[in-house]
Ligand binder design. Structure first.
Ligand code: CA
Length: 412
């Protein structure tokens, strides 16, 4: 190495050191802070901010307005803050907020039959030992087919009322947490059906009712963050994802979306890879190609995620389902799906209903092969589809029997 080369590399190092030590700017940390050209289309919540700290935590901060937030919160601790964005609304991926208690020309269990779920049940593979997080609207904890499946947080159940016995920041979270109402158990109204419906598809107990959940011995960690109308915020969704992760789930079902950008949500989902947690996302119901009109979380391209389109009982791709060769990995039944709702059962349609078929199947695979890695589970689900001509990455539809064969091949 000659002197000149040493000088150049020395200069590079000092430039790098200067960059690392340089004063952060408000506009660099919070690109939406000005009235500049930084564009993130779609709605934002003007008085709530998602703060990503240098240590990786993401918190939600409320302030009177943007200027008050910048002066009183951001500037005094700019060095400790990596990134700020506005909080934003997200919506459920139910095709229509109406629901029916009867369906015409559709069997109540066409989806379970089409994906050959009974082949796993007949082999004793039922999701035992696997926890699934349902990050959604309120789940009815008292439904006879769901209540036996609730994962018990024993420290809280055996602990004292009004005390955070396990020190996780949530008082009396015996089963889950309501991130909308900020209390242990959500308030259930008859019209608030989505969370219970999603949970039932995944793991309705076969012993206490007629609906055959895909993984009927898996256990449920519910974390709702939606209001009664099916609207929620990114900040609450992130808290709910982190909550169910801390409760030891292997699979998280996310049947919602619609935001056009979010660094905070993307980093939250990215962090699931290291924890070995699969994040199953509904593709959305706008009938769009996500390559052209991306929305999130559906169009994140992350190793922990699978994005799911919806099919009909005819085995055609549903017209309402978003598609994409790049972002939607596979499809699953999502039209006229019968499942649990408060007080009984109902039919709902949407990619919201398709994602839980895949979440339940992931739980089955992990109960068959507990040592399987996240990458192997994801690969088994994608390698084993019944190949069709859908506009999705694998071209095909979920098949439980073949997915189980495939995980056994991948994990001998
Ligand atoms: Ca607690």
């Amino acid at each position: 190495m000659d002197v000149r080369a040493i000088k150049v590399s020395g200069l590079l190092i000092s430039l790098l050191v200067m960059a690392a030590c340089s004063q952060k700017s408000v506009s660099g940390t919070f690109p939406e802070s000005g009235n500049s050209a930084f564009a993130c289309d779609g709605f934002k919540i003007e008085n709530r901010f998602l703060v990503e700290w240098e240590d990786g935590r993401i918190t939600t901060v409320e302030a009177e307005n943007k200027n008050v937030f910048i002066e009183k919160f951001l500037k005094p601790q700019l060095d400790q803050i990596r990134y700020v964005e506005f909080d934003r609304p997200v919506w459920l991926n139910q095709e229509d907020m109406q629901f029916e208690t009867t369906a015409i020309g559709t069997q109540t269990t066409w989806g379970q039959a089409m994906i050959e779920a009974d082949s796993a049940w007949n082999q004793g593979v039922r999701g035992q030992g696997v926890k699934v997080g349902v990050v959604d609207a309120a789940v009815d904890y008292t439904h006879p087919q769901l209540s036996p499946r609730l994962d018990a947080n024993t420290a809280e159940i055996n602990g004292q009322g009004g005390v955070d016995d396990d020190g996780n920041g949530y008082v009396d979270d015996k089963y889950g947490w309501d991130f909308y109402g900020n209390k242990p158990q959500p308030t259930i109204t008859s019209g608030n059906v989505h969370g219970s419906h999603v949970a039932g598809i995944i793991l309705a107990d076969h012993n206490t009712g007629t609906l055959p959940g895909i993984a009927p011995r898996a256990s449920l960690v519910p974390a709702n963050f939606m209001d009664q109308g099916g609207g929620g915020t990114l900040g609450a969704a992130i808290n709910a994802i982190n909550y169910v992760s801390s409760r030891g789930v292997k699979v998280i079902n996310a049947s919602w979306g619609g935001t056009y950008c979010s660094s905070s949500l993307k980093n939250t989902v990215r962090a699931l890879e290291q924890k070995g947690i699969l994040f199953v996302v509904a593709a959305g119901n706008e009938g769009n190609d996500l390559d052209i009109q991306p929305e999130f979380p559906a169009a994140f391209d992350l190793p922990a995620q699978l994005t799911i389109g919806a099919t009909r009982s005819s085995d055609f791709f549903a017209g309402f389902s978003n598609s994409s060769y790049k972002y939607v990995h596979l499809a699953a039944p999502g039209d006229q799906i019968y499942s649990t709702v408060p007080g009984g059962y109902a039919y709902l349609s949407g990619t919201s209903m398709a994602a839980p078929f895949v979440s339940g199947t992931a739980a089955l695979l992990w109960s068959a092969k507990p040592q399987a890695t996240l990458a192997q589970i994801r690969q088994a689900l994608m390698n084993s589809v019944d190949v069709k001509d859908y506009r999705v990455m694998t071209r095909g539809r979920l098949n439980v029997r073949k997915a189980l064969d495939e995980i056994r091949r991948l994990v001998p």
